[in-house]
Design a protein around this ligand. Structure first.
Ligand code: NZQ
Ligand code: ZN
Length: 387
């Protein structure tokens, strides 16, 4: 096991009715920007619960954060914070709104010329506005981590950044919010969280026995609850296990002391940037082909995953590892998620070359736990995912 440090300062308020606790969780004298998306919170009762909890707080609303939060819109929110002299952000939504809040938090006090450099040049964040979260979509783990992904439509870019200053102060996780989610978003949430675990697990045996068991237990739980949360999102126990699994999948616990990959996400972000495909679906398109391409370096962990998560007992190590890839793809398919690029766009020709070229230009010459996945490999993986 490698050396590590571990600190996660986010306070989690988990369970039904917890939104009311915002009244005490947010500083009494805070001047709050309440950030949300396209309006789902006004149809499912979340908005009413928040306004009831914050009657004694000063709140200015900013709505319209789109899925895959857009830089230009986030900069409008930065302007509102400055005009209204606000000092706290409350993000109400899924990963897009939460990530948007993180970018705004970093951009408000940014001293450089162009806040896009926070993403493009990975400029160090030295100050951040405090923020809290009401999670409405279990998927990304953004409610308990310090990372964010921001898109810029004009240049078809989607880039990630992180800073230890960007953990939410507190996050309300009320599993009953999933009742209003379209099946498509629930399926996305399962696949996103599942792939987060895979990215931090499917590397090589590194002696992290507990980390492996943490990861496998999250995968098993997601498989166990998947059908129920899609067919019956009103099942509170299933919803609660779904929501907590998604948070635990990416809150910085399971990756302590072990190697991680994140190549699938790097490639997936490009498919969203180019074709506006839902984040989770890009992962489902890439993951099976990525594991096939990187089979030799990952087969030990693939076989372990086959045995422990999918209970595959027949075959030698390589056969088990291959079956695990098939099982994973079938699992995504049973959730209604297609795993080829051509299922989402007719325009895919040339995208493998475009993505490989972008990675070369950015100096991303070696993805994966051993930095061995070159732009040529990326090109082959994306080509294999066409159809
Ligand atoms: O905008 P509204 O009307 O609220 O509708 C949203 C949105 O259209 C809807 N929704 C959310 N909660 C709902 C609901 N509809 C009904 N009932 C509810 N309770 O769902 C749609 C999608 O929301 P979005 O926030 O975009 O989804 P998700 O949570 O999957 O977030 C995706 C974004 O997070 C990034 C992705 O790249 C993408 O930009 N990620 C962030 C990560 C992180 N910060 O750690 C890690 C992830 O790997 C990921 O990259
Ligand atoms: Zn993800």
């Amino acid at each position: 096991m490698k050396n590590f440090s571990y600190q996660n300062p986010t306070k989690i308020m988990f369970g039904q009715g917890q939104i009311a606790g915002l009244a005490d969780a947010l500083p009494k004298n805070a001047r709050i920007l309440m950030l949300y998306g396209g309006g789902s919170i006004k149809k499912n009762g979340v908005y009413e619960q928040i306004t009831a909890a914050l009657t004694n707080h000063t709140v200015v609303e900013f709505s319209g954060i789109p899925a895959n939060p857009e830089y230009e819109i986030l900069m409008q929110a930065v302007a509102v914070i400055k005009e209204e002299n606000l000092d706290y952000i409350l993000a109400v939504g899924g990963g897009s709104v939460i990530d948007g809040a993180k970018f705004i938090s970093a951009a408000v006090g940014y001293q450089g010329d162009d806040p896009w450099d926070i993403l493009a040049k990975q400029e160090k964040i030295t100050a951040a506005m405090p923020f809290s979260v009401v999670l409405t979509l279990p998927a990304t783990g953004s409610e308990m981590n310090a990372g964010a992904v921001v898109s810029r439509r004009t240049t078809q870019e989607k880039l990630a950044f992180s800073s230890p200053l960007l953990f939410p102060k507190s996050s309300v996780l009320d599993p009953s919010v999933i009742q209003s989610l379209p099946k498509r978003q629930i399926a996305n949430g399962i696949v996103d969280a599942f792939t987060h675990v895979l990215e931090q697990y499917m590397t090589y045996p590194a002696g992290g026995l507990l980390q492996d068991r943490f990861a496998e237990s999250i995968l098993q739980t997601l498989i166990e609850i998947s059908e129920t949360v899609i067919d019956n999102p009103g099942d509170y126990q299933a919803a609660a296990n779904f929501m907590w699994s998604c948070t635990m999948a990416l809150n910085g616990l399971i990756n302590r002391g072990v190697p991680t990959d994140w190549g699938i996400h790097a490639i997936g972000h490009e498919l969203t940037a180019l074709f506006d495909i839902d984040h989770a679906r890009t992962l489902a398109i890439i993951a099976p082909r990525y594991y096939e391409h990187c089979f030799d370096s990952k087969k030990d962990k693939l076989a372990q995953y086959a045995e422990r998560v999918w209970q595959i007992s027949k075959g030698n190590r390589e056969e088990k590892a291959r079956q695990a890839i098939t099982k994973t793809e079938q699992f995504f398919n049973t959730l209604g998620i297609k795993t080829t690029l051509s299922a989402y766009t007719d325009d895919y020709s040339g995208s493998a070359e475009t993505i490989a070229e972008r990675f070369t230009n950015r100096g991303w010459l070696g993805l994966g736990e051993k930095q061995s996945v070159s732009p040529d490999d990326v090109q082959a993986i994306v080509k294999n995912a066409y159809s």
